[in-house]
Design a protein around this ligand. Structure first.
Ligand SMILES: O=C(O)CCC(=O)C(=O)O
Length: 298
């Protein structure tokens, strides 16, 4: 085992020293061809069932329309921008718990793994540029749990993604900074997408990925995605994993409002923000911790 001091990864058998060093330095790492195509196709089909209203969304799943297309005659996957919080959908959970993926997650946050947040993000054709793009942001601003080092995102391309259909871009090394204030950029028409303004002069790297390629990234890493300018789709699966024993914090009222809105639309008017996050999370590996203890304030 290496004697180097690591801050952002754990001693483990799944990452080479070179891979560990890359994540430590850059705050992200891409694994080519990590996820099986059959699994991705099964997830795409499940997404299409949600789009077509063929699946009951249950307590947690949200089916979110593209803002710029919702008053057009677009339907199904031509209309739906995202499904979210499908931790308890047994088909999509196959991605969340996919061993090769969770092994890498474990190498970053340790052996106790909870899926806190899950999304299948579709960029349909014909969406407005400013709705389709996702401005530069840090995911931690959405989460009421800490520490940042015990949280990681997976993001898997479900088809080829590049500059034309809205690939991710990342700011290498930015995970070493702090959480900055997020707000709506002046011309963004998507109320789900806040960003950090004034960083446009700092270079970013476009992550061009093939189907099955997966990037793992730190929740303080600045990243975003471009608009889909093609006539096809851009689909990706993304999960935020936290260590089971993350601790919960009091968050700003701005974030509270969004999550409580989601909780209310799902029929939970009285829940607190933190309880809502705990309830929708799902343990994937290891010993239960704070995430699983709904009564604890931690
Ligand atoms: O898939 C995308 O386009 C961006 C996803 C993302 O950055 C997020 O949801 O935080």
């Amino acid at each position: 085992m290496s004697t180097k001091k690591y801050k952002y990864t754990k001693d483990n058998v799944y990452l080479t020293e070179v891979q560990r060093d890359f994540y430590e330095e850059n705050g992200y790492i891409v694994f080519r061809n990590l996820v099986d195509f059959n699994l991705l196709d099964e997830c795409t089909n499940r997404f299409l069932e949600y789009c077509d209203g063929k699946v009951n969304t249950g307590y947690y799943v949200k089916v979110i329309k593209d803002m710029s297309l919702k008053n057009t005659d677009a339907k199904g996957e031509f209309l739906i921008n995202k499904i979210q919080d499908f931790n308890y959908d047994d088909i999509l959970f196959k991605y969340i718990s996919y061993k090769p993926l969770v092994d890498i997650v474990q190498s970053i946050i340790g052996p106790n793994v909870t899926a806190a947040h899950s999304m299948l993000i579709n960029k349909p054709p014909n969406s407005e540029k400013n709705t389709s793009r996702h401005p530069l942001h840090q995911d931690l601003h959405c989460f009421p749990f800490r520490p940042a080092e015990l949280i990681v995102a997976s993001w898997t391309a479900m088809e080829k993604v590049d500059e034309k259909n809205g690939c991710l871009f990342v700011m290498p090394g930015s995970h070493k900074g702090t959480l900055l204030e997020h707000e709506y950029p002046p011309n963004v028409t998507n109320p789900g997408y806040r960003g950090v303004l004034g960083l446009e002069h700092i270079p970013t790297v476009n992550l061009v990925m093939e189907k099955g390629d997966t990037v793992f990234f730190h929740p303080l890493l600045f990243h975003g995605s471009g608009p889909n300018l093609t006539k096809g789709f851009r689909k990706a699966l993304s999960v935020h994993y936290g260590a089971n024993n993350c601790n919960f914090i009091n968050v700003t009222p701005k974030m509270d409002k969004v999550a409580l809105y989601h909780a209310k639309t799902k029929g939970f008017p009285e829940v607190t923000f933190n309880l809502y996050w705990k309830a929708k999370s799902r343990i994937v590996r290891g010993e239960p911790g704070n995430f699983q203890n709904l009564r604890s304030q931690l």
